[in-house]
Write a protein that binds this ligand. Sequence first.
Ligand SMILES: [Zn+2]
Length: 312
Amino acid sequence: MLANLQYTGCTVNFKSTTVSYKVHDRVQNPQEEWQIVPNTQEAIIDMETFLRVQEIRSHRRRHTSTGRTSIFTSKMFCGDCGSKMYFCAAKSVPEDREFFRCSEYKENKGSCSIHYIRESVVRQAVTKTVKKVVKYVTEFEPVFLYLYAKKHSEDMLINIRETKSRTQQARKRIEELDRLIMRVYEDHALGNLSESRYSMMATNYEAEQAKLREQIEADESALANAEKSTINLRAFLKAIRQCTDFEELDEKTVNTLISKIEVFKKERIDGKYHIPIKIHFTAVGIINIPDEKEILSIMEEIRNNPKLLKTA
Ligand SMILES: [Zn+2]
């Protein structure tokens, strides 16, 4: 339904190279994005801060020999091999020419090509995209939430409900098994159950309990992840609202809004090089901005199906 937007020619820092960046209709890790509850504005600042600090700590920046760093360093990944991209700021490289390259590139001896992209090009592409996303989300928040909910929340809510009920049943069964184990023990002690029969039954019951405990543990961690992404979506919306008149990207905005920037191999289109970039936003992944016509038709859809927006 939504066309991919591709902007070309956003920056020309050296003659024949432009950057093209795409905003795709694709979301990363849908499992981690279970359940969204926007517009519920409880005090969640401590949890938000905690999550953000964890996020920053998990991607400590690599310092260059010049001591210069980039606000994008921890977010930069090679789109083709998935490796991190190194920020290169040698003394011989002037500040406006600092660049990123794939960490798997080693003067043609590594397993990947260079994926060279200037920091200033990344900065301009990300600034432009963030401005567009901020404008879209603030002006058409119901549309944004509706599209997000349509894609995820129905399945996710069903998943959460099923997971919770499975966990409850597993706990009941574990208790029942405890009683059964006790009963066979008593029967055995009273001489009503042979040693071999008792040992077989007790072993089976205990094995079933161990399996159920494993399942509960997995389900609980999936539910915790779902709750974490609810908080992340709220943090994302809040950060977007605070960005309405930003001019320059700073580290805090980048860390709050962006989870990952992927840089792909350059493509030659009409004699010019384009470097495709994908920008993944926290909690929501890649954002596809609908055009005016699509927005109107989505608003009509919301009027006809307001329930879905409420479940979001
Ligand atoms: Zn690579």
